[in-house]
Design a protein around this ligand. Structure first.
Ligand code: GLA
Length: 410
């Protein structure tokens, strides 16, 4: 991993100079930086100023590395002058999310790495776009229209997040998108028939856009050719609203709009039951610190090593057919992230498998409970669970879903 240390040095140097993250990335890529959509890229000074113009939408592209197979990976950085997001073509991955706190101090609140080899070798899906099937399929096996398909298992006896080489480990095509109100990137990937055992050729486009009101909107779209398939796309961004690498998220307050959840067995496969949250540590209808009940004796918390469960999202849909799903609030610095989605469920994961064995983008080890993920999706193992909403996609149909993360302060 030859570019490890140099990149860390670049980040440190940039930090000492008081430059932002976008500038740090630019310093490491100097003259090869590509200016997109008229943004003033090219010199550290101009780049450092990129985040300073409130309401000004800008995007730039820089090289991020090359896969062992020789495929170039880029990082796109887009900003509205207040929130700045970096995304990789590797896995259509959210690499950084910089947002101001209550007092206007900006930090990166998303877990990630500063180099491609770490993503390829170490990442527990940090920020990645997940497919073809988010979360677990029991024993990696399901039957569709009488044919049984086998996905290579990669999580005990089960398949997780699309099998051994999911969409998170693919280099996606990227296209800058811009409107008067938003800026971002449309990522696309064509998964061949039979890839990871899944039937049908799946053409996927996932468009990430940031608007002037600090909404990061994710529009997922897919169609299948040749055979019917199952699809469950999501994004696996991990947040710590006090800043990545800053410690535990126990104090983050969560409001979760779900009156039931899907309990799991020891392999984290849903039992098929839809259980009420009322009277359990899974009830976050009233805003409650994540850590308040995390160490209790509820058997489902023991099985999950914490929260690692699909919640059945409820309530009325509001604008655009989306419903309020959750709000996370870090009381000390005041950052919030609010999630709206049209999906029936969301996996709330309290970072239980982070174990301090590697360093993240800010050179800090990530330990258990140092971040949360909130993956909007269909329920895990739906292909084997007749009472769950269907994840089948047939030729001629279009899979289209939307999730919005809104960044704010309180
Ligand atoms: C999902 C799963 C967790 C874990 C993470 C990735 O959230 O439900 O069990 O595997 O992905 O580490």
């Amino acid at each position: 991993m030859p570019d490890h240390l140099p990149r860390r040095e670049v980040l440190r140097t940039a930090g000492a100079l008081g430059l932002g993250a976008a500038a740090a990335g630019a310093l490491s890529s100097t003259a090869v930086a590509t200016t997109q959509a008229g943004s003033a890229a090219g010199t550290p000074d101009k780049l450092a100023a990129m985040g300073a113009h409130h309401g000004k939408l800008e995007i730039r592209k820089d090289p991020f590395g090359t896969t062992p197979e020789g495929v170039a990976v880029d990082v796109y950085t887009f900003t509205n002058g207040r929130v700045t997001i970096s995304m990789l073509t590797w896995g259509a991955t959210i690499q950084r999310v910089e947002t101001p706190d209550r007092r206007g101090r900006t930090k990166n609140i998303s877990l990630g790495f500063d180099n491609l080899p770490d993503y390829a070798a170490l990442s527990p899906y940090f920020g990645a776009t997940i497919g073809r099937y988010g979360n677990r399929i029991a024993k990696g096996r399901f039957t569709l229209d009488g044919t049984t398909y086998q996905i290579p298992v990669n999580n005990g006896e089960n398949a997780l997040h699309g099998g051994t080489i999911g969409f998170d480990k693919k280099v996606w095509k990227a296209k800058t998108v811009r409107t008067d109100d938003s800026v971002g990137v449309a990522f696309s990937y064509v998964s061949p028939d039979g890839e990871m055992g899944f039937p049908g050729e799946l053409s996927t486009t996932v468009t990430y856009t940031l608007d002037r009101r600090d909404n990061l909107r994710i529009d997922y779209q897919a169609t299948v050719a040749g055979k019917p398939t199952v699809v469950n796309l999501t994004n696996h961004v991990y947040f710590n609203l006090a800043g990545e690498g800053s410690g535990s998220i126990d104090d983050h307050v969560l409001e979760l709009n779900a009156s039931s959840y899907t309990p799991v067995d020891a392999g984290l496969i849903p039992t098929g039951e839809i259980a009420p949250v009322a009277g359990t540590p899974f009830d976050f209808n009233k805003p409650t610190p994540i850590g308040a009940r995390l160490r209790g004796d509820h058997p489902q918390l023991i099985v999950g090593r914490g929260y690692d469960h699909n919640f059945v999202l409820g309530g009325k849909t509001d604008h655009d057919g989306l419903r309020f799903a959750a709000r996370f609030w870090e009381p000390e610095d005041g950052r919030t992230v609010t999630v709206h989605t049209d999906q029936p469920g969301a996996q709330f994961y309290s970072g239980n498998f982070l174990d301090g064995t590697f360093l993240g983008i800010g050179n800090k080890a990530y330990r258990q409970g140092d971040a949360f993920a909130f993956e909007t999706q269909h329920f895990p193992d739906s292909p084997n669970q007749p009472n769950f909403p269907s994840t089948v996609l047939r030729p001629g149909e279009t899979y289209a879903t939307t999730t919005i993360y809104t960044f704010g302060t309180k």
